[in-house]
Design a protein around this ligand. Sequence first.
Ligand code: SAM
Length: 291
Amino acid sequence: MLTVEERMEMTKGILYLVPTPIGNLGDMTFRAVDILKSVDLILAEDTRHTLKLLNHFEITTKQLSFHEHNTQSRLPEIMALLNEGQSIAQVSDAGTPSISDPGYELVALASKESIKIVPLPGANAGITALIASGLTPQPFLFYGFLERKKQNRMAELENLKNHSEAVILYESPYRIKKLLSELAEVYGEAQPICIARELTKTYEEFIRGTVCEVLERTKDKVWKGELVVIVGPHEVVDLTSGEEDYSHLTVLEHVDLVISQDNLTSKEAIKKVAKLRQLPKQVVYRAYHEQ
Ligand code: SAM
């Protein structure tokens, strides 16, 4: 015998998460086409963009726009449809929904309301770049886009440097030169990287080497198209052990580093930094809190 909740769940619709190609239409799966044909509604980031894909595969299902700027206002309407029993597929412009793309909020809400969620495997730029990078692929850390402001980007990179895993970054062609010099500054010029450009498309290209070699090879390049940057795994230097030279760090940076690396509270980190630098605790406290 089914419980009331189980019976209610059976009358609800299903939310399908459907990846779409990142360039090459041949990467659309048979199952993705079948699901998009069979659902009541497709949620698309840009309906005009998705229409081209739907036309190519002769899919006539109606679409509703669902993107980062209307997510909150659309959620009640979408949840009502799912609760009424409609089946809905969510797609983004390219690749896997929710990965540097809209989707997460809907999935979180649907799971809270016991809507069945069916994810399909499919195209993703980060993983595709990683497996061809020639850099040790596991473990890896998927990061996606860095923030735009220089100060925030540098803080993000400093934080990533504390992880030894290969890192997957998404970057626009307008900022790639800037990213390469930031990587040289934070990781050093000897850091191995791979830039994957225009994956699955006609002009697919991989540029592999140290940051220094890639900078040299691409100094006159006019960057175009879509890019993934894989930063290879590297040894994490423990600047909190007391054996390293940390004179290039400000007291504030040193405390932040100890907090993130040793998972300490600011109070504990201040104490540790004071000891490492042989400074009075109050001096570190003031430097940390007054900056
Ligand atoms: N959801 C997508 C996925 O699963 O990969 C990512 C969407 S994100 C908005 C778009 C970024 O992904 C691009 O700026 C680029 O960094 C990367 N990307 C997407 N398609 C790509 C391709 N064909 N080649 C290289 N990078 C790509």
